[in-house]
Design a protein around this ligand. Structure first.
Ligand code: PEP
Ligand code: MG
Length: 690
């Protein structure tokens, strides 16, 4: 074996272009050639394979780094000599491209938005383009694994052809200095660290090629983002670039995908809830989006999983670049790009001194909460993702009041099998305990799962959404109903129909459920009947609620959509968020009417929109006669404490006054004045409508 000490002297270090030249020379020799950093203890220093570009890049060798080069084999001497010459010639880089170091020189920049969850996070920007970046995980049968590997190899070949032609064009139009980088991209594609690992993952995990490529890509990227040299670290975007090209070729679509590093702060114009559901939350520290409001699903999920998020930042996305330092302060509803060192110090200090309020580990109270005048209020959990199941007990919820089942679908166009759904509902029942769980039939279309409805609709919120989608796709609905009826044998499970417009929707949906129940029974499949409820969340359902109440076992009041459809205000559009007024008298009349219809028919009502979890609004609901509220589990302890300190009789008097108002401003003024005088210790000014 021959070895030699070498120092990296190129100004940009051993970055992608330089590494590409090194790999090309190393590959001309038969010897095994390795490079190791000399500033790391031998036991921890991983030797990089000089024939693998990804391996070389992981050395993170910036200018001035000392390395030990070793070669072992028939031509070791010659290999060492030629590589030494390459180091001396500073990797034959030609005209260096100017180094841009925006991040360190840009001034601190603050933008106000809406904090929709708790917490503060310091990390680095990861831009996620477009609103439809979805990846999915599919289980591949043994006999299809070879096909999946061939698909991946075909994507590698297609990527190579594309890159070769891009490189030729870049050489012609931009000069060799710029075209070099595509040599590096081509080497990534040939690197066994990437291709072999992806294929191994497909085989071992029975995963689809897209998923395998993303997982392997994320792993490579997360190593890369730990590099301390800023310039080298930012070159991680080259790996990201190649992974995205592979993914685009695999899916046959021009798409971009999130690639996550250790301290990623996702910055996007808009982000689909299914994308959040898909993100590897181990790596995501926070989310900052241009679009969105308090009740958009992205925000609801962020609260549910305790992810720091600020939305409604308007044109923030365009000001950022991947890799830039960022602070997301959801408590103040602010993001800070390029924070100054003193700003970071300040935040680090406050993060260490303020305990996160939503993730307390101490045991909390459970069961109904009793108001001071003895009214018992049930507090249930809304859950979207299986990761939230354990929070149901942790935060003392009385079962699951709403399971938004569409979040089980992680891939556009992909429906879960009956068996997969059955297992998910079994877990749901287990998480809910004796108080039971309510599964909402798929509420796709509109904001969620746009991709499932094959065409883009002109107006998705008014389109083929929720129960309309279910009725239009009977095979999808039947699969879900069958899974629910089978799971219901294991414990109390109910079904709620999303966004019914009237009795006709209810009757049609119920007939599907009844038909499945009897045909499964006839075939000897163990099933159990379920209670069927209706979501009341569009004005026509409110106006016919007396009739709907006679056909169902319970109501769920979806106040998020009720406000949206009553006031004609898009719940996800920050431009109109000033018009999204939960305490609008029109909304209050509708709630009052729905509660009255249910009372007369003798059925219960669960209020499950975000209104239920906002203390001041919840007290108005109690005043109108609500006794069953469902919300993000982490918000239950706070509401429990508030409700235990108020009395329902006073709430009732205040609610009557609110119902007599003409405008949202008038209602809010009453709430401010009355709450402050009745319960000054319970409602500090910050907790009341502004
Ligand atoms: C609602 O509309 O209030 C509701 C609970 O459902 P979602 O937020 O999922 O539309
Ligand atoms: Mg709704």
């Amino acid at each position: 074996m021959t070895e030699r000490k070498l120092r990296v002297t190129g100004r940009l270090g051993l970055h992608a272009r330089a590494a590409a030249n090194l790999v090309r020379i190393a590959n001309q020799f038969r010897s095994e050639i390795k490079l190791r950093r000399l500033d790391t203890p031998l036991s921890r220093a991983e030797a990089a394979d000089a024939k693998s570009i990804l391996s070389i890049l992981n050395l993170a060798a910036s200018c001035g780094t000392d390395l030990l080069l070793t070669a072992d084999g028939v031509d070791e001497e010659q290999a060492i000599n030629e590589i030494t010459v390459l180091f001396v010639r500073q990797f034959d880089e030609g005209d260096p491209i100017p180094v841009e170091r925006h991040a360190s020189t840009s001034p601190e920049f603050r933008v106000k938005g809406l904090g929709v969850s708790d917490g503060v996070a310091i990390g680095r920007v990861l831009r996620v383009q477009g609103s439809t970046s979805d990846l999915y995980r599919a289980s591949i049968d043994e006999q299809d694994i070879e096909h999946e590997r061939r698909r991946f190899r075909a994507a590698v070949r297609a990527s190579r052809t594309q890159l070769e032609s891009i490189k030729t064009r870049a050489e012609r139009e931009l000069g060799r200095g710029h075209a070099y980088i595509f040599d590096a991209h081509l080497l990534f594609l040939d690197d066994a660290k990437l291709t072999r690992d992806v294929e191994d993952y497909i085989v071992k995990e029975h995963a689809n090629a897209e998923w395998a490529a993303r997982v392997v890509g994320d792993r490579l990227l997360s190593i890369y983002t730990q590099i301390s040299d800023e310039y080298l670290r930012e070159r991680g975007s080259d790996i990201e670039d190649v992974i995205q090209r592979l993914l685009a070729n695999l899916t046959g679509q021009e798409r971009t995908y999130p690639s996550l590093s250790e301290d990623a702060v996702i910055v996007a114009q808009d982000i689909l809830p299914s994308t959040i559901a898909e993100l590897d939350l181990k790596y995501v520290k926070a989310i900052a989006t241009d679009a969105g409001g308090w009740t958009s699903h992205m925000s609801i999920i962020a609260r549910g999983i305790g992810l720091t998020a600020v939305v409604g930042l308007r044109d923030f996305y365009h000001r950022t670049r991947t890799g830039e330092k960022i602070i997301v302060d959801a408590r103040r509803g602010e993001v800070i790009l390029h924070p100054l060192p003193e700003t970071i110090d300040h935040y680090q200090f406050s993060m260490n001194t303020v305990a996160p309020s939503l993730t307390l580990e101490e045991p909390v109270a459970s069961g109904p909460v009793i108001t001071k005048d003895g009214v018992s209020i049930v507090l249930r959990a809304n859950v979207e993702l299986p990761t939230e199941f354990e929070a149901v007990r942790r935060f003392g919820a009385s079962g699951i009041g709403l399971f938004r089942s569409e979040f089980l679908l992680s891939r556009p166009g992909l429906m879960l099998s009956e068996e997969e759904q059955y297992l998910a509902y079994r877990r749901l029942i287990e998480a809910a305990g004796d108080d039971g769980a309510v599964v909402r039939l798929l509420d796709v279309g509109g904001e969620i799962g746009r991709d499932l409805s094959e065409r883009l609709e002109r107006n998705p919120a008014l389109g083929l959404r929720a129960v309309r989608f279910d009725l239009r796709h009977p095979e999808v609905m039947r699969t879900q109903v069958r899974a629910i009826l089978r799971a219901a044998t294991a414990g109390p499970l109910s079904v709620v129909l999303p966004m019914v417009a009237d009795v006709a929707d209810v009757r049609q949906a119920k007939s599907v459920i009844e038909h499945e129940l009897s045909s499964m029974r006839a075939n000897g499949i163990p099933v159990s009947p379920v209670r069927v409820g209706a979501m009341i969340e569009v004005p026509s359902a409110v106006l016919t609620s007396e009739k709907i109440a006679r056909e169902v076992d319970f109501f769920e009041l979806g106040t998020n959509d009720l406000v949206q459809y009553t006031l004609a205000v898009d719940r996800g559009n920050h431009e109109v968020s000033d018009w999204f007024r939960t305490l609008h008298p029109a909304v209050l009349y509708e709630i009052d009417r729905t509660l009255t219809s249910a009372r007369q028919a003798g059925i219960p009502v669960i209020v499950c929109g975000e209104m239920a979890s906002t203390p001041a609004y919840a007290v108005v609901l109690i005043g109108m006669g609500s006794v069953d509220l469902s919300m993000t589990p982490a918000l239950i302890p706070r509401l429990r404490s508030v409700l235990s300190q108020i009395d329902a009789a006073s709430a009732h008097t205040i609610a009557r006054k609110c119902l007599a108002c003409a405008t949202a401003d008038e209602v809010e003024e009453i709430v401010r004045v009355e709450f402050r005088s009745k319960w000054p210790d319970v409602f500090p000014p910050k907790s009341l409508p502004a």
